[in-house]
Design a protein around this ligand. Sequence first.
Ligand code: FE
Length: 188
Amino acid sequence: MLTAREDGKDNGCIINTAMQITSAPLRISITVNKANHTCSMIQNTGEFNISILSESAPFSIFERFGFSSGRDTDKFAGYNDEFRTANGLRYLAEHANSVISAKVTNTHDYDTHTIFIADVTQAFVLSKEPSVTYQYYFDNIKPKPKMAEKQKKGYICKICGYVYEGDELPEDYICPICKHGAIDFEKL
Ligand code: FE
């Protein structure tokens, strides 16, 4: 889970790509879909946190941070305000096994996504619970499609379960819920 803060407003989204680049200095990269409000917040402020989700993370976290927009709402409504790193940004204290704070040094624009290169400024471990992989998410966290959805005709988003009702899915179609492209849809 990626978090940012701009003008006193916290926001977060789910990303699937974060990796180490160098170890001295400790430097990482993240790839963020530009449709996420968090992406422009990082562009403007140059700072972000990553909370690495663990296997105990419930689907509600993916729904709240991955499938809804924080542009006009507060995704952290109901969350304890205390859990912040030294940079003042939020992190997930529960259902995450570790936290990384970073400062952006470079950005690269790639059509739908932005790659941020950043220096790590703080990092700590929260638990020994394994991290969620994509496979684990599909097998154990994402709810199975309901009968009503199976009976619909069209295409289902493999990531969030949204159903596009129609005979032909446009090639440039973007899921309105999770912002994944047509490649992540399959025929019902
Ligand atoms: Fe989707």
